[in-house]
Design a protein. Structure first.
Ligand code: PHE
Length: 335
């Protein structure tokens, strides 16, 4: 009976010794040629006893295929060893890894921040988990005051320690108070950050939103400074031609209070709440309200991003759908 294993070992050993193209050719003639040794085995199959035929036949055919592969591999090996440079072609273009891009809210937030920075504002952040006192009481919204209904609140569960009540801030305005505790006028600061409201969501409302708070305090500031600053801002963001309007609005921590609307494709859209900082808040900060005045504002970043990118439903922003998010790849680097 033919010993295929011994034959294979011998064939592979002699292939390993073939050192050039001529060596490969003569190896091929010896093993796989018309009179080659493996060819002879295959030819002899028909003369084998019937019970050996299938086994040897199949084995010899498989070996033929494997030796064909082996000679191809050996040729590649010899070629690689013979070429001057490395087998790796470093001049081929690289494969670019997927890059991702900044989230549309991050892009918009940074654009808005830069606009205020250019106007001389500082940028600070505050805590997302806030004390009831800062979110409400010290902004002149005491417990039981109907204005609390303007912000449906997510409270942090009471841990039973008897400590003060905590909540997820419903707006960035508590940072007005925190900043006034640490800084003296002149104050010119914006506070970007995430806020949370216990609200049903629809195309224009999310339970999580991003705000940019502004606070400006100095001597002799008037409503004209508020108007001039905010109009300059919206012109930078929406273009010099944008139409604006101020209308009265109520927020307990400003007096007077207003909302600023912009005319967008024929409709008036509210983009922010604002007003002159209430004299009691100035006084609580240890400042003389006859000498120091100022203004504050709070605007939604999602609203600006929706207008800027033509996004019709605010809920797209936090669904994490890669088809939506990859639309913003084109703005990579333009933040
Ligand atoms: N904090 C207010 C809101 O979330 C907006 C605001 C900020 C209004 C500052 C006036 C001044 O609705």
């Amino acid at each position: 009976m033919v010993d295929l294993e011994a034959l294979e070992a011998e064939a592979r050993a002699s292939l390993a010794e073939a050192g050039d193209e001529a060596g490969l050719d003569s190896w091929r003639v010896e093993w796989l040629g018309r009179r080659g040794r493996l060819t002879a085995v295959l030819r002899g199959v028909r003369d084998l006893p019937a019970e050996e035929r299938p086994l040897i036949g199949a084995g010899a055919n498989r070996l033929k295929g494997e030796l064909e592969d082996a000679v191809t591999a050996r040729r590649a090996e010899l070629l690689a060893a013979a070429s001057d440079g490395p087998a790796l072609d470093v001049t081929l273009p690289g494969r670019r890894p997927p890059m991702g891009s900044l989230h549309p809210i991050t892009l918009t937030r940074r654009m808005m921040e830069r606009t205020f920075r250019d106007m001389g504002f500082d940028v600070v952040e505050g805590p997302d988990v806030e004390l009831e006192e800062y979110n409400f009481d010290r902004l002149r919204i005491p417990a039981g005051h109907p204005a609390r209904d303007m912000w449906d609140t997510m409270w942090v569960a009471d841990d039973g320690s008897g400590g003060p009540r905590q909540l997820l801030r419903t707006h960035t305005s508590p940072m007005q108070i925190r900043y006034l505790e640490r800084r003296q006028p002149p104050i010119r600061v914006i506070v970007p950050g995430t806020c949370y409201r216990y609200e049903a969501t629809d195309a224009t409302h999310e339970w999580m939103l991003t705000q940019i708070e502004g606070l400006v305090i100095d001597e002799d500031l008037s409503f004209a400074h508020l108007k001039g600053t905010l109009e300059a801002f919206v012109r930078r963001v929406f273009g010099a031609e944008i139409e604006t309007r101020f209308r009265c609005d109520y927020f307990p921590f400003v007096e007077p209070g207003a909302e600023l609307g912009v005319r967008w494709q024929g409709d008036w859209l509210e983009v922010l709440g604002c007003g002159m900082v209430h004299p009691e808040i100035i006084e609580d900060a240890g400042l003389d309200p006859d000498r120091f005045t100022g203004f504050a504002f709070g605007m939604g970043v999602e609203r600006v991003a929706m207008l800027r990118y033509g996004v019709r439903d605010i809920r797209h922003f936090y669904r994490n759908d890669i088809r939506f998010l990859s639309e913003f790849d084109q703005f990579r680097g333009s933040a």
